[in-house]
Design a protein. Structure first.
Lengths: 482, 812
């Protein structure tokens, strides 16, 4: 009797199994397949420690602040010194068209905005995360030269001036007491003012991202993301690659870091993902609120009689064109790019590319990406046929003398690129792939934007016979060989 | 001549030709041929324009154009011009767009909006397959990607230019509703396009195409069942170019979609697809302004009829732009429709369905399918004598005088004497008003003017919505909120109380009529819209429903009364408490199959109740309820089968079918016990033992339940489940309409049984001893000695027994 008394419990379990198992097996499953949850990779919480108690005495020099930080964070400076934010150059890479791998970065590259920093260190390094880089002999190994405050300041009062030193008015103790994880204004204080002004450079990255609406950027506006939520950082190694100074995607960021690879319910849209990047449809325009510079003609600089205006003409820079709510230009991109290095020959009759994206319709790993293309006319050596880097803000540079010859000579000395004495201005393009200013999904491009009458896509230039909706995809047409 | 110019399409042609001539004469710019990279190259070769005699038409070179010269459409004869390569006589004879609605030539459909370039001697025409804009010239609102959609000002007036939108509310546009310029409710949340096909860049001709395949499809498959296509009839590309068929095929969803490949979630897939047209679910809501009432008996100041739109708040100021009127959209009405037999292949249907679809040769009359419709009510004046409609121009003369209302009209209409025609006043709702207008019409020469009306249906086939907005779910048909057969409001107001004529146009509206409801609105009365099909949650046989419910309620009441009485009497007469012993009464398997059966029956009853009363109470939702019902049904049948095997193999079956010779007496005693003895605390008349677990009434009940009711429910249930795959079910026994109500009635009996069964378990030794026994297996039974007193009653014959009982009752 004793053993049998509780057999009913077994029976109950068996009953549950008899009913439950068929239900589990045969009840129809969810209509939509389970997808990767983007929030799974998102930062759940951020830690913040109030540093007020740690700093009680005023600091004499900015380096003292760094030393104080290093007392509790001893490895921080060493970690920072491994990064491109500090060195302004990366590890040696093989640049297409150049035999020997080189270390490239903002330190030694030219662009088609302010062109180059060499000789102009004092002004340009206001955006260096260090103190005192005023010439070629800056000590990159001295830990006290690291500027902790620019990224970690929460007061909003920290500002840097010449050679990256904090401005006189800054109360270092007050700033040190209020440090925390980097927020939008920390990154933005430099990155939003690239090119020497608001919203000049990137097109998709400007001061409107500090407090954006959902329409401007859905991650930052609607979901309150910080830069560091996508640009994840461990030991000061910040993920993310900028194609202004890099040629590959190592340590880069992908949308699929958080999002499912086939996130659309609509199969037809998912069928585009082999050839179209996420950004193409989800960033329908850039420079949504603040106009960005799209053309910079250096050759017009130096006219003292012209009226100056930040958006049209400045004597020391030349003539520009700004545009707002710009439709991107589209081309194939496989996340590698060419890079113009000083000394490379150009053909002044043709457009020269500072950083042409690699990839074409036959490349399986290439997709159609949206770009801001910045067009510029910048100085080149008319005899040697290569681009020149003038000294502009530096001593004796163009911005003080308005003398191209002199400033190009100075530039030649500091870069080591010979100057023949004859110069002219060549048209250059620089490609900026867009990943910021992602619109809410209701604003994403629809079929008619690319496949309709006023298409954004130039099918022939992309390599298609015609609109792929009619002629078929590149895979159907056997265009991809590798 | 007047007739020709009355029709807007002809004026459009006029304008097209004018534009064409204008462009020719003034524009002398290089062709757009392949100029811009990436743009479509124009393919049509150069064409010489000819007049009707075949002579080249002199082109006026630029600079010498006379802007004052009247357009002369007769100059260029396109039949002759295009006839240089294409057999225009053949094309005209094989064209769905025919007189009298359409009297056009090639240009209206095939020119790129009248664009033309070229030098004086030859002309490069931008000739192409008809684009959406070409169709829109007559058929209605079509929109490109970017410009916010707006309803043109002449929308209420132009009854032939916006047919698609006016008759159904559909707008063929790829744009999101949220980007339109219309006054839509919750517009900022409507992030989906007007039409999914438009969004995906389908043009009108992608669906409404003519049959010019190189491989000829048999268009009457019923005639030759062994062939789907006859390759001998295939035309070479040259033959097609010369004699292209212009009979637009009936647009069919299945020419691109295979509904059986999707709809995995849908039970009864084939039945649904047989009964419902695709549009029933996929055109759930139309947001454009669809006509509800067009009152052509009156005229607004701007010369329009008084129009009310479905889903749009009615306005009192009729000059309000349609785009500004607050729109919620409406759900089209699901009505059964039998497509009309197709006409002669030479003609279109011209039935005024207004959507322009035309059937080609097909079966005589299709099956009845439920489709979504809009119903438009149209009131107008006509002459009783000549049966001709009074033209709007005439009506304008009656009502208006120099752009204002005529003084005599205003005097009669202006009820509140504020010298202005207010919204609600513009309605012929009094004898005075009617007579005023009538007399003026008679003055203008209309003989015997009377008001007439028609109600016409228009099927909604466009504005197929995209995932996830696309379907209406189950509730429009299944359940308490079912639309099928509901009363439909046709018009909020009725001029002169006239009941319009219903032009069914293929709608199957048996038993439904146009009537006026309590609040003076014109309605289509209720009726059966399911065309005889049984719709779960909506159809029911009231009689069986009520009978079953009544039986159930009676049982519940009986239980309540019995239980209360037992309690009351137990206070007076303490329960008979014999000595008891614990016996292992019910084996493990016995209990297992019992409870499996119990759980299955309960869930089946619950889900069945929800299926029957979908929407009335929601536990699982219809879809989940059906799935659960099916799965549990299988579990129940398997359980029953295994248990039958067990009973047969172990011999336990004799518990049910063992009838001793005193069985009937035992029945009587048992009944006596339940109706009397139990209150008095008598012992059970038949002792319970392992050999005999069931009292005689139980035996009878279970035999009925397990051998009649249960198989009955199972079989009818299986037939319902198999109605889709087993044709004979639908055809025989009256189909689901008979089987389902019977199944439902059986379930009421089952429910009644369950209630009674649970109650009767309390009649054991203690209130819970029986149920505890069925869980643990151990039961308390009185020792055999206690029942000795009843043994001698068993040995009596029936008559004596009854007599004894009566005597004993009298004694007490």
């Amino acid at each position: 009797m004793g053993k049998h008394k509780y057999r009913w419990v077994l029976g109950f379990v068996l009953l549950a199994v008899l009913i439950g198992v068929p239900l589990a097996l045969f009840l129809p499953g969810p209509l939509v397949k389970a997808m990767k949850d983007p929030w799974a990779s998102a930062a759940k919480n951020r830690t913040h420690l109030d540093h007020s108690a740690y700093f009680t005495k005023p600091f004499k020099t900015p380096g003292d602040v760094t030393s104080a930080c290093l007392e509790c964070h001893p490895n921080a400076a060493k970690d920072v010194m491994k990064t491109a934010h500090w060195n302004w150059e990366g590890d040696a890479v093989k640049v297409p068209g150049h035999a020997v791998p080189v270390k490239i970065g903002k330190k030694n590259l030219v662009n088609n905005y302010c062109i180059g920093i060499r000789g102009n260190w004092s002004e340009c390094t206001a955006c260096h995360i260090g103190y005192g880089w005023g010439d070629a002999d800056f000590d990159f190994l001295k830990e006290e030269n690291v500027d902790c405050l620019v990224c970690h300041d929460w007061t909003g009062t920290y500002a840097k001036g010449e050679k990256g030193l904090p401005k006189k008015e800054v109360d270092l103790k007050h700033v040190a007491q209020k440090v925390g994880y980097p927020r939008r204004d920390n990154c933005g204080t430099c990155h939003n003012s690239g090119g020497g002004g608001l919203a000049v450079k990137h097109g998709d990255l400007d001061h409107t991202l500090v407090n954006p609406t959902s329409y401007i950027d859905v991650h930052m506006g609607k979901f309150k993301f910080l830069c560091i939520d996508c640009h994840k950082t461990k030991n000061h190694n910040i993920k993310g690659k900028a194609y202004s100074v890099s040629v590959n995607h190592e340590n880069g960021i992908d949308c699929t870091d958080c999002h499912d690879a086939s996130p659309h319910i609509d199969q037809r849209i998912n069928a585009h993902l082999d050839s179209v990047a996420c950004q193409t449809c989800h960033i329908p325009t850039y420079a949504k609120k603040a106009p960005t510079k799209i053309f910079w003609d250096w050759s017009k600089a130096g006219d003292p009689d012209r009226k100056e205006d930040v958006f049209t003409y400045q004597k020391n820079r030349g003539e520009f064109i700004y545009q707002q709510d710009v439709i991107p230009e589209y081309t194939w991109f496989n996340l590698n790019a060419h890079r113009y290095l000083l000394g490379d020959k150009i053909d002044p009759e043709q457009v020269s590319f500072i950083n042409k994206p690699m990839g074409d319709i036959t490349d399986n790993s290439a997709k159609i990406w949206p770009f801001k293309i910045h067009r510029s006319k910048q100085p080149y050596d008319a005899i040697n046929l290569y681009l020149l880097q003038p000294v502009t803000s530096g001593e004796g540079g163009y911005w003080s003398t308005f003398d191209w010859d002199a400033s190009l000579r100075l530039g030649s000395e500091v870069t080591g690129i010979p100057f023949s004495g004859q110069y002219d201005f060549a048209l250059t393009y620089m490609y900026w792939p867009l990943s910021h200013m992602v619109s809410p999904k209701s604003e994403a491009l629809k079929c008619c934007h690319c496949h309709g009458e006023n298409s954004r896509m130039d099918w022939q230039t992309l390599g298609y016979e015609g609109d792929p909706k009619k002629t078929g995809s590149r895979f159907q047409n056997g265009l991809n060989r590798n | 001549m007047r007739n020709l110019f009355k029709l807007k399409p002809f004026i459009t042609l006029n304008m097209a030709i004018v534009a064409f001539m204008f462009v020719l004469s003034t524009a002398f710019f290089p062709g757009l041929l392949g100029a811009a990279p990436g743009k479509e190259k124009m393919e049509h070769p150069k064409v010489t324009l000819l007049d009707k005699d075949g002579k080249p038409v002199p082109i006026i070179p630029p600079g010498k154009a006379k802007p004052q010269a009247p357009p002369s459409p007769a100059n260029v004869d396109f039949d002759v011009t295009c006839g240089q390569c294409h057999d225009t006589h053949y094309i005209k004879a094989h064209n769905s767009h025919t007189k009298p609605y359409f009297n056009e030539n090639c240009t209206v459909c095939h020119f790129k909006e009248g664009n033309a370039t070229g030098d004086p001697s030859e002309v490069h025409l931008q000739i192409q397959m008809p684009s959406n804009r070409n169709c829109a010239a007559c058929h209605g609102l079509v929109q490109l990607c970017t410009d916010p959609l707006i309803i043109p000002d002449d929308y209420p007036r132009q009854l032939y230019n916006y047919l698609l939108t006016q008759n159904t509310g559909a707008i063929y546009s790829p744009q999101d509703l949220s980007q339109s310029a219309l006054n839509l409710k919750n517009k900022e949340e409507l992030h989906f396009p007007w039409d999914a096909h438009a969004m995906r860049q389908m043009t009108c001709v992608n669906c409404h195409s003519a049959g010019n395949d190189v491989f000829f499809d048999e268009n009457n498959p019923a005639a030759l069942t062994h062939l789907t296509r006859d390759p001998r009839k295939s035309k070479s590309p040259g033959e097609i170019l010369k004699r292209p068929d212009h009979m637009l095929k009936k647009a069919s969803c299945t020419s691109c979609h295979d509904p059986f490949k999707v709809h995995a979630f849908l039970p009864y897939k084939k039945r649904h697809l047989d009964v419902l047209s695709c549009q029933s679910c996929h055109v759930p809501r139309l947001y454009g302004p669809a006509f509800q009432t067009v009152d052509d008996t009156v005229v607004t100041v701007s010369g329009n009829p008084r129009v009310e739109y479905r889903g749009v708040d009615p306005v009192t100021n009729f000059e309000t732009a349609v785009s500004a009127q607050y729109t919620e959209g409406y759900e089209p009405y699901l009505l059964p429709h039998r497509p009309a037999p197709s006409q002669n292949r030479q003609q279109g249907t011209g039935t005024g369905t207004g959507t322009g679809t035309v059937t080609d040769l097909g079966p005589a009359a299709g099956p009845v399918k439920i489709s979504p419709f809009n119903l438009v009510t149209h009131f107008y004046w006509k002459s009783k004598k000549t049966e001709k409609r009074v033209k709007r121009d005439t009506l304008l003369q009656v009502y208006l005088d120099n752009g204002q209302y005529a003084a005599d009209i205003l005097k009669v209409f202006d009820k509140n004497k504020n010298k202005v025609m207010d919204g609600e006043e513009l309605l012929l709702d009094s004898e005075e008003k009617i007579n005023a207008v009538k007399s003026k019409l008679q003055v203008l020469g209309i003989e015997e003017p009377v008001i007439a009306g028609t109600v016409r249906p228009y099927s909604a086939n466009h504005n197929v919505l995209d995932t996830p907005h696309m379907t209406r779910g189950c509730s429009p048909c299944h359940g308490a909120g079912s639309q099928l057969g509901r009363e439909i409001v046709l018009s909020r107001f009725i001029p002169a109380g006239i009941i319009p004529e219903l032009s069914t146009n293929g709608l199957v509206l048996t038993g439904r009529d146009i009537a006026v409801d309590g609040s003076g609105r014109l309605v289509l009365t209720k009726g059966d819209s399911a065309s005889g099909r049984y719709v779960f949650g909506h159809s029911r046989v009231r009689l069986l429903d009520l009978l079953g419910l009544w039986i159930f309620i009676v049982v519940i009441l009986g239980i309540l009364v019995h239980g209360v009485l037992r309690y009351v009497f137990s206070l007076k007469h303490p329960l008979h408490k014999p000595e008891t012993e614990q016996i292992y009464m019910y084996g493990f398997y016995e209990r297992l199959w019992h409870w499996t059966m119990a759980v299955a029956v309960l869930i089946l009853a619950l889900t069945g109740l929800e299926i029957h009363y979908t929407g009335g109470f929601t536990f699982f939702g219809l879809s989940l309820a059906v799935s659960l019902h099916n799965i549990l049904a299988v579990i129940l049948v398997l359980n029953a089968a295994l248990s039958l095997f067990y009973h047969l193999a172990s011999g336990e079956i004799r518990q049910y079918f063992g009838f001793n010779r005193v069985f009937m007496k035992e029945v009587v005693l048992q009944v006596y016990y339940y109706l009397y003895g139990i209150f008095r605390g008598h012992p059970h008349p038949v002792e319970k033992s392992v050999e005999r677990k069931l009292n005689p009434l139980q035996q009878l009940a279970y035999i009925f339940l397990l051998n009649i009711l249960m198989p009955f429910q199972v079989i009818t249930g299986m037939m319902i489940w198999g109605a889709e795959r087993w044709e004979f079910v639908s055809r025989s026994l009256g189909g689901l309409s008979l089987i389902a109500p019977i199944h439902n009635f059986g379930s009421w009996l089952f429910l009644a049984f369950v209630a009674l069964h649970i109650y009767l378990t309390t009649t054991g030794h203690t209130v819970f001893s029986s149920i505890r026994a069925m869980i643990t297996g151990f039961d308390e039974v009185p020792r055999s000695e206690a029942l000795k007193s009843h043994r001698y009653m068993m040995d009596m014959n029936m008559i004596d027994l009854v007599g004894t009982i009566i005597r004993k009752a009298k004694e007490k």
